[in-house]
Design a binder for this molecule. Sequence first.
Ligand code: MN
Ligand code: MN
Length: 420
Amino acid sequence: MKEFTVEDISRRAMLALGAAGGAAIAGGAAQAASFGNPDEPPQGAINSTPGALSDPGPQNPALAAEFPVFQSPPPTDVGTMPMLWSSFNIMPKRIQAGGWGRQVTITEFPASKDVSGVDMRLGPGGIRELHWHLANEWGIVTSGRCRVTLLDQQGQAYVQDVGPGELWFFPAGCPHALQGLGPEGCEFLLVFDDAHQSEFSTLLLTDWIAHTPPEILAQNFGVSAEVFRNIPLHDLWIFQGKEASPLAAAQASVASGGTPPQPFTFSLTATTPVRQNEAGTIYLADSRNFKASTTIAAALETIKPGGLRRMHWHPNADEWQYWIKGQGRMTVFDAGPRAQTFDFRAGDVGVVPKNQGHYILNTGTEDLQVLVIFKAPEYQEVDLSNWLTHTPPELVSQHLNIDPAIIARFPKGQVGIQRG
Ligand code: MN
Ligand code: MN
């Protein structure tokens, strides 16, 4: 484990004072441009005066409590940044018989330029109607069990049941449906590799049938037009269906067209974690192990209380985050300099633009779980500590005024988590 120096401790104390509101600090500009307080002009409560720190209002206490760090940003924060926080919890649900959905597209969350996300619940037997769309679709089950039904580009059908921690990938344009299984149904996250893709604007089977002349339907399917007299005249989107047939029977019923060469589902949590230590666990799924997932890479990060997902960035894509459990704090760093700290809780969504530095600290008393998504075939990362331990020590030493022998003790490797 890394040893803490005196400087570490004084830095922590300085940051703690800043987070506490700095009411006891009245140093003003005299405190500026010191360790842990680097900016000109000085920013943060540590640089203010006690009378100036009160906040007479008006206030929305519920919202303010969601973002304690916005009430008193650390003095290391600087400059302005786009809003990199959003949440499914602030998006309206579209509720129908059989289930509901809510979404965060680029319309609701302009910082997310690569992907959009959908949180969907299908009750027991609930069916997301047969449909297709322009974007590739990646999914992960967060609760219950779900039946996925797909036809691929070669006319080969794929039917499978998935549960928590299991993924799917539906190539753009390939028609598919989803159904809640068992007494609990399911809830899942969808990610589209197009930030404009809306779950409320997909090509629906019922829409096309209802908007085709009956005589064309008759000719197309080689039956009488009367066959279609009971079709729904409005689309279904999500509707209450009957319990799904046994999986083997469903698979057998579509086998005549052949079977896809590789599965469109994958068990993320059945893989060997790429990182597992006393501070947490990280699983990875991208096109190297989940072959079908050609455009989406994902990591499921579990961080223990007090643990830190180490400072790093991603050279190949923006990071889109789905905060699944617990609570955490993230600072994002960009050129300028700019640095902004954000608080997140379960159900929230975040974005870190490509190449911008970031860390995630578990600020709660339970495990923090974050799913991170990249519109890329492979997961890529540059770890700050791994960089500094793989750069000639005398070169790093001249930058940071740190003894090369101490730099040599910094952690090595990527996808690092450090315990608290
Ligand atoms: Mn879909
Ligand atoms: Mn990251």
